[in-house]
Design a binder for this molecule. Structure first.
Ligand SMILES: [Zn+2]
Length: 379
């Protein structure tokens, strides 16, 4: 069944889902996909949606399969939040949508990419729909782990657990699907720690590789308080650049599109009041998206930094496994030479604490400075 071709390293999950496609008795109306970031939760959910719509159970070739996978199928709705949470109004819209019968397909499928970002009230609104399911409507919720989803939703969904795919499986996908050269694919899969989306970006974007390399080398540079403050500011700048690089173009396009729809003049200095209010609401959404994205980028940089210390521990144990940062082995060696294992663990702890604090809304720069002070190497 080729509809599953991009769902890599997930044989047990595919077996469960294929059974549900083939046998109505194994089917249910609510599914919860969990797995670490980048393991392909939404890819798996879309493949499942395609298999459910396909007349032959997921050929991967027909119109139903193709449109379900690329998000244009009339009866497959994919909801990904770009703000920090999914609000109750959005959840109510989804519930209303889910109550409709499928228009062309065999099922109506609603995929919620970030079910962990449902606010409590949004989750309550959604729960109603899960408790009184509409025939032929299928919910697919995605979250990092079951603990991230409120228990009442969890208990009404069938759980499908995805694992982190292997380095080889991710590299193979990049070669097969994106035409990346094999050595670059191996580097990217390893450096991204098997996060499929990140691996793809590293493989295709030289600036992303440079930014990652800048983060990695910070580990061997922090010796004084001044170095620590600089490192924190560098990390924050790198994250902001990464976030701006990807949003500037899109923000401008959205603004132009809105002005076009409302009949506004793009070159005018001031806009009439009814346009102004629409613009300011768009700017608010864009700002929320930028905040989330920049925070995600800081977290990603910290995961990269953490990998240096994990690699240093690997060197200390003398294990013959490949390092995540095989391309920056020298940096890892420098860190391992001056930090005994117990100090490496202290550094890893400091990074973990910073990630938790940023997730809990502490000003990123403050959390990064406190962390960087703990990462100072002995002189
Ligand atoms: Zn098909």
């Amino acid at each position: 069944m080729t509809v599953w071709r991009d769902v890599i390293g997930q044989d047990p999950a595919i077996a469960t889902l294929s059974r549900a496609v083939a046998d109505p008795a194994a089917m249910t109306h609510a599914w919860l996909f969990t797995g670490p970031p980048g393991s392909g939760r939404s890819v798996a959910a879309r493949a499942f949606a395609a298999a459910l719509q396909c007349p032959t159970g997921g050929c991967g070739e027909c119109r139903e399969c193709r449109t379900a996978a690329d998000g244009t199928h009339a009866d497959v709705d994919l909801i990904a939040t770009e703000g920090l949470s999914i609000k109750v109004e959005q959840a109510r819209d989804l519930v209303a949508l889910a109550a409709h019968r499928p228009s062309v397909g065999r099922f109506r499928v609603v995929i919620v990419e970030d079910a962990d970002r449902l606010t409590e009230r949004a989750a309550d609104a959604l729960l109603k729909a899960l408790e009184e399911p509409t025939p032929r409507t299928v919910w697919m919720l995605c979250a990092p782990s079951v603990e991230d989803v409120i228990i009442t939703i969890r208990s009404r969904s069938r759980h499908v657990r995805l694992r982190t795919p292997s380095v080889e499986a991710v590299a193979d996908l990049l070669v097969r699907r994106d035409g990346v050269d094999p050595p670059m694919a191996m580097y990217a899969a390893r450096a991204a720690q098997c996060h499929v989306g990140l691996a793809r970006r590293l493989a295709r974007d030289e600036n992303a590789r440079i930014r990652r390399h800048d983060v990695i080398t910070l580990a061997s540079k922090i010796r004084t308080v001044g170095d620590a403050i600089d490192a924190a500011s560098d990390l924050s700048t790198i994250a902001t650049e990464e976030s701006q690089a990807s949003s500037a173009e899109r923000d401008a396009a959205e603004r132009a599109k809105l002005l076009e729809v409302l009949g506004g003049d793009p070159s005018a200095r001031t806009q009439p009041p009814h346009i102004r209010s629409q613009l300011s609401s768009l700017e608010k959404d864009q700002k929320a998206r930028a905040t989330r994205f920049s925070r995600d980028m800081v977290d990603r940089a910290l995961v990269d930094l953490l990998s240096v210390y994990r690699d240093a521990l690997v060197l200390h144990t003398g294990a013959q496994t490949a390092l995540v940062n095989e391309d920056a082995r020298q940096t890892v060696q420098q860190v391992a030479q001056v930090l005994p294992p117990v100090r490496v663990l202290v550094a890893m702890d400091a990074i973990g604490t910073a990630r938790e604090r940023i997730a809990a809304n502490v000003q990123p720069l403050l959390a990064l400075e406190a962390m960087a002070l703990e990462l100072r190497l002995p002189r």
